[in-house]
Ligand binder design. Structure first.
Ligand code: DGL
Length: 285
């Protein structure tokens, strides 16, 4: 989890219980729902908004410059529309690159999602962990710095999964995903080299969505590290004490403007997102 926040921020609004702060949870697709879910449980007083930049999904394939430009452009529109007290970038691929730019550009706090390498290494017994992420996150200097600073004596295998985020989206939209496809994506995480990998960092917010399937398909049991609850705690501590429950469902925005299928609407409902309230946010990709 990212620990820094913008130095320029005023938290006055977020601290007022009567104002019920608006919080925006953002991802390229549906992965950020895993973070939204934790935040909704931790803080029922918040007005939660979810935004998926599905028109540009997957972020893992974008080059660095295109990704930063895209995230800033989408955020400009969303912040103008929602006026959140805080934004959670529930996407490792965007956080490991765009957080400094977002914090310099907007005067509200941003909580990011970055690979949980430190807790994974701390709890690994075999001192062999794998980081399962998008190819973008695996490439980042930020990720390499986390390994240098926090891996200690742990051997870290970086696995850039080309298709896993897309497979999670397909599964969440109610379509069939073959076991073999998931197996092939996670296989490089399992290293048996005088000691087996015993811990895998879920360094893309999409992956916890199909964790049950990954567990079943794993060649041996490992501990899977999902930072969603820690991210929710970090956001909550920045917002200050909780107020009275808002009693409203989260509202979702999709940059594609396309209407969710019935299967997707059911998934959103499961995450406490009101399916009837999507609003298109049309932007050029
Ligand atoms: N959910 C995003 C992440 O945490 C990435 C998915 C994508 O490639 O867009 O990295």
């Amino acid at each position: 989890m990212d620990e820094e926040t913008s130095p320029t921020v005023s938290m006055a609004d977020a601290h007022s219980p009567s104002l019920q702060p608006a919080v925006l949870v953002f991802d390229s697709g549906l992965g950020g729902l895993t973070v939204l879910d934790e935040l909704a449980r931790a803080r029922p007083d918040l007005h939660l908004f979810y935004a998926a930049d599905d028109a540009a999904f997957p972020y893992g394939r974008l080059d660095d410059q295109a990704l930063v430009a895209r995230v800033v452009a989408v955020m400009e529109r969303l912040i103008e529309r929602i006026r959140p007290s805080l934004v959670v970038i529930a996407c490792n691929t965007a956080s490991t690159l765009a957080l400094p730019v977002l914090r310099a550009r907007f005067a509200i706090p941003f909580v990011g999602t970055v690979p949980a390498i430190k807790p994974a290494c701390a709890q690994s017994k075999t001192k062999r962990i794998s980081v399962l992420a998008t190819p973008g996150t695996v490439r980042r200097d930020y990720t390499k710095e986390l390994i240098r600073d926090f891996a200690g004596d742990c051997r870290v295998t970086l696995v850039g999964a080309e298709r896993l985020a897309s497979l999670a989206e397909v599964a969440l939209r109610g379509e069939k995903v073959a076991d073999e496809a998931i197996k092939a994506e996670i296989a490089p995480c399992f290293v048996d080299d005088a000691g087996r990998t015993d811990t895998i960092v879920l360094a893309c917010t999409h992956y916890p969505l199909i964790l049950d399937r990954m567990k079943k398909l794993a060649p041996w049991p490992v501990t899977w590290i999902d930072p969603a609850a820690a991210i929710a705690r970090r956001a909550s501590s920045l917002l200050g004490p909780a107020g009275v429950p808002a009693g409203t469902a989260a509202r979702a925005y999709f940059t594609s403007g396309s209407k969710p299928s019935p299967a997707l609407a059911r998934t959103l409902e499961r995450f406490g997102v009101a399916a009837a309230e999507e609003e298109p946010l049309k932007l050029p990709v």
